[in-house]
Design a protein. Structure first.
Length: 175
């Protein structure tokens, strides 16, 4: 005679394996276990012909840092980005690693061409300040010093990096 508890344990083990097998085989190319493919991300735009602005941003203790903004396209939309907006954008975040420009994040990753929505209030200060006043259809490259990047998180991989954030604003979304 078989032990009902042992049979139940075997049944649960088999069901767990079937579930795990189904989970792993159901994952598609957006699978978190796959390495991100940046081969389809456009090259960083040339900033030599862009309008250049410098904003001095107060970081406390009467200290200010420069935020360099290169405006490739002004945009002609009806709405300007403000601090509390939700925006629909395409972007790429890069930094220089060992003398080479390295991509850290991009909406063009894995062959995507779709924009993503971002909450301006939750972005790092450099991106937030650099996008303020942008109009729909606008395109900018924002050079973000470490003080306006991930300086509040010493465990972040980009903690002490100067960031190159290229952004195209599709739309300022209604609240």
């Amino acid at each position: 005679m078989t032990n009902p508890i042992l049979s139940m344990s075997r049944l649960l083990a088999i069901l767990s394996l079937v579930f795990m097998l189904g989970f792993f085989t159901a994952c598609d190319e957006d699978d978190l276990f796959q390495e991100t493919d940046y081969s389809t991300v456009p090259d960083a735009p040339d900033t030599s012909d862009a309008q250049h602005e410098v904003k001095l941003i107060d970081i406390g203790d009467e200290e200010k840092v420069e935020l360099n903004i290169y405006i490739h396209e002004e945009g002609e939309g009806n709405f300007e980005v403000s601090e509390r907006d939700m925006v629909l954008v395409r972007y790429t975040m890069r930094s220089i690693v060992n003398g080479e420009m390295e991509i850290h994040d991009s909406t063009w990753a894995n062959g995507s061409t779709s924009p993503t929505d971002l909450n301006m209030a939750t972005l790092i200060p450099g991106v937030r300040h650099g996008m303020m006043g942008m109009r729909e259809g606008g395109e900018r490259t924002i050079i973000i010093p470490p003080e306006l990047g991930y300086q509040d998180d010493p465990n972040h991989e980009l903690y002490d990096k100067k960031l190159h954030f290229h952004v195209e604003l599709d739309q300022v979304l209604d609240d």
